[in-house]
Design a protein around this ligand. Structure first.
Ligand code: C2E
Ligand code: MG
Ligand code: MG
Length: 698
């Protein structure tokens, strides 16, 4: 069985020789030879051009040309065509010339038989094929190296450059004509301008046997004056025996990708609205700062800052205005503080400042003062002016916590404390604050529990007509019976309900229960004129659906709107006069009455009060308390009574505890009173008796 077919062109003008050669070729077990005949060089060239010929057997004595020329001619059209020449007699000089001209072998005609010619052809073809394969792969390699975008550099053991492809020249900024500089990897570490040390250069490492993958390097050159990022890979070059003979380094431009990555990194570390560092960035910076401070035994302070009443500003002037304000606040903070103070936005209206390397608490306090000053001037935005203040909580390392998490937590606790103690102030974290805050967060959890299990209750405090002792209304007061602490004061838990957003739900329950209850009393006590007063928190008042809610509750209870008085305390009105005014007008449009509670504790102008749709004013207990001895309070109460009379408003004196107070009020014409002297707040069961017997001034 033959392995392969060989198309062999026999070039000879001698028919006898031709037949002999054909015969010689027939005797080979390894291959099948298909002979073709050409009489002379011309005919040979034509056949070579048109037929798939594997080898040429050439008679050294041709009529039209000599053998050397024929060899050259054939190779000029196909450089790898195997040629075996035959000689009549051994002529060494001619044989040499023929071999030099490119023939693979020169045989004596008489030696051609016996498998010699066929073997010579087989070897020649194989060699030619190998040469072809080699040159094909070499040119393939060359064209790959010429055309890839990847820079490729090959160097010998001593870093002598063996190959630098065009992409490498372009990326490294080496002109093709210019000689190669000795240090073509004048590379830099990313993020720094530190030149990479010689031993660390990729080529040096590859030659040492290291395999490098996607090493990022910053490289500056005349083609890229601003520098570019290269991702570099490298590996050693080895010979067949596995010895390192050099190194190969390839690299590509990843500047675009890097830029996108950097941008993403920037985005993930900065606040989208204000552009200043965000929470993640801050926490990371704080973590490092704490680690440094621990080593250096220095101090770090975290100043957590929340804008006072930002929510109201947002509600009143719109979110866009709120956003613009936050941007301005961020700018003032970053511009107004030292470059070393790290300012970040935690989200919402919360900002945080990292303060390093300070000695005494006074320094941190000084920074808090500075923040207050920076925020003090009014903000002018979109034709509006607003004032902004901040409550600041301060925690310090190592006193308040020994990691970033606990520093943030303690600063938060201190911030709440600052907020509670009147806003626009700062507070240092301390253990007592902590104890209080944990009680508070415990209360918060308990409140949620209380809501689930209906642990709330109402008491009703009668309001009496001071002239005839008749009970005109009762005020519903929320009660929480805590399983462990017993009765918790409303003033302690209502702010928590407000802060956690739970007040709306509880408030709705209060309204519904109180309205249903008073309706029942109206029937059972036959007192259809008995009114009910319900306190409304700021949060409830500004709730979008409060008007609908009140309407629905009245309908469900079957209670006439005029029987319900909603008490709004003076502080609420001061928070956001315009919004409050609008909401109150809507509510009074439903027919319910509005009463201004705790009057005299704030500083609302009588002018502002005039614009509210009020039906009564409740004079705060603090004013009533010192009647009739304190002349100042006497004057105030007098003024309120006159003012109320002018506007046709009822006045209710709160917290009447002593007969002297009552006498004074009655004498000055105050028509209504409420207080322990008349009755403390009563549980439901006790109200019936009290209302029906009528209270009488002694
Ligand atoms: P307020 O509306 O001014 O209610 C009067 C408060 O004074 C009640 O305190 C009442 O128990 C107390 N009080 C009445 N007469 C006297 C007196 O002669 N002497 C003294 N020392 N105190 C007297 P309470 O029940 O602790 O409520 C405190 C505040 O909590 C209320 O003040 C009101 O602002 C708020 N509140 C109570 N219930 C609710 C509610 O259901 N919703 C809302 N939003 N707030 C409520
Ligand atoms: Mg009240
Ligand atoms: Mg009050």
């Amino acid at each position: 069985m033959s392995e392969q077919d060989y198309q062999v062109l026999l070039v000879t003008d001698n028919d006898q020789d031709a037949r002999f050669l054909e015969y010689a070729l027939r005797k080979d077990s390894r291959a099948t030879f298909v002979p073709l005949r050409a009489q002379d060089m011309d005919e040979a060239m034509k056949l070579l051009a048109t037929r798939p010929i594997d080898a040429v057997v050439l008679d050294s004595a041709l009529p039209d040309t000599n053998c050397v020329e024929t060899c050259l001619k054939i190779h000029s059209s196909d450089a790898t065509m195997p040629i075996i020449a035959t000689q009549e007699t051994a002529e060494e000089d001619q044989a040499k010339d023929i071999l030099t001209a490119g023939a693979q072998d020169v045989l004596l005609k008489q030696d051609c038989a016996g498998g010699n010619l066929s073997r010579a052809i087989r070897y020649a073809v194989k060699r030619a094929q190998a040469v072809r394969d080699l040159s094909a792969s070499e040119s393939l390699l060359q064209s790959v190296l010429q055309n890839v975008n990847e820079g490729v550099i090959v160097a010998g053991r001593n870093e002598k450059l063996l190959l630098v492809n065009p992409a490498a020249r372009e990326l490294l900024g080496i002109g093709s004509a210019a000689g190669l500089p000795t240090d073509i990897f004048g590379m830099y570490e990313p993020d720094t301008v530190t030149r990479i040390r010689d031993r660390e250069r990729p080529m040096a490492r590859a030659i040492r046997g290291e395999v490098l993958n996607d090493l990022e390097i910053f490289h500056r050159n005349p083609n890229a004056p601003n520098g570019r990022f290269l991702s570099v890979s490298g590996r050693p070059l080895k010979d067949a025996a596995g010895n390192i003979t050099g190194g190969i380094v390839s690299f590509r431009d990843v500047t675009g990708r890097k830029r996108v990555e950097d941008e993403l990194a920037h985005l993930s570390l900065h606040d989208g609205l204000t552009g200043i560092p965000n929470r993640a960035f801050f926490l990371e910076t704080l973590r490092k700062s704490v680690a440094r401070a621990r080593r250096a035994e220095s101090r770090v302070a975290v100043l957590l800052l929340v804008l006072d009443r930002f929510k109201q500003i947002n509600d009143r002037l719109g979110h866009e205005f709120g956003d613009a304000l936050l941007v301005d606040v961020a700018r003032r903070l970053t511009d107004g503080l030292r470059a070393g103070d790290f300012v970040a936005r935690l989200g919402g209206d919360e900002f945080v400042i990292l303060f390093e390397n300070f000695g005494h608490d006074e320094h941190a306090a000084g920074l808090a003062d500075k923040i207050t000053d920076v925020l003090a001037p009014v903000f002018r935005l979109e034709g509006q002016e607003v004032s902004v203040s901040a409550s600041i909580g301060i925690s310090t390392f190592p006193e308040c916590g020994d990691d970033s998490g606990s520093l943030m937590k303690t600063a938060d606790v201190a911030m709440y404390r600052a907020k509670e103690s009147g806003r626009n102030t700062y507070h240092f974290y301390s253990r007592s604050v902590h104890a209080e805050m944990s009680r508070r967060s415990q209360l918060e959890a308990d409140l949620r529990e209380a809501m689930r299990h209906d642990h709330f209750d109402l008491e009703y405090q009668p309001i009496a007509d001071l002239r005839n002792g008749r009970i005109t209304a009762v005020e519903a007061l929320l009660r929480w019976n805590h399983p462990d602490h017993g009765q918790v004061r409303p003033l302690e838990f209502i702010p928590i309900l407000e802060a956690t957003g739970l007040m709306n739900r509880v408030g709705e329950w209060v309204l519904a229960s109180a309205c249903a209850q008073v309706k029942e009393w109206q029937r059972t006590l036959n007192r259809p004129d008995l009114g009910i007063a319900v306190n409304l928190s700021y949060q409830q008042l500004l709730h979008r659906r409060i008007v609908d809610q009140v309407h629905r509750i009245l309908t469900n209870a079957g209670l006439e709107a005029s029987m319900l008085t909603l008490e709004i305390n003076e502080a609420t009105v001061l928070e956001n006069p315009r919004m409050v005014r609008e909401q109150l007008h809507l509510l009074s449009g439903e027919g319910v009455k509005i009463s201004l509670d705790d009057f005299g504790t704030g500083y609302s102008s009588l002018q502002a009060i005039r614009q509210l749709p009020l039906s009564s004013i409740k004079v705060d207990r603090s004013l009533v308390m010192s009647l009739p001895t304190d002349p100042e309070d006497v004057a105030v109460v007098d003024a309120v009574l006159r003012f109320a009379e002018d506007l046709g408003l009822d006045v209710i004196a709160e917290g009447v505890e002593a007969q002297a107070q009552l006498d004074f009020l009655a004498e000055r014409g105050c028509s209504l009173g409420q207080g322990y002297l008349i009755s403390p707040p009563l549980p439901v069961a006790a109200v019936d008796g009290f209302v029906s017997t009528n209270w009488r001034a002694a």
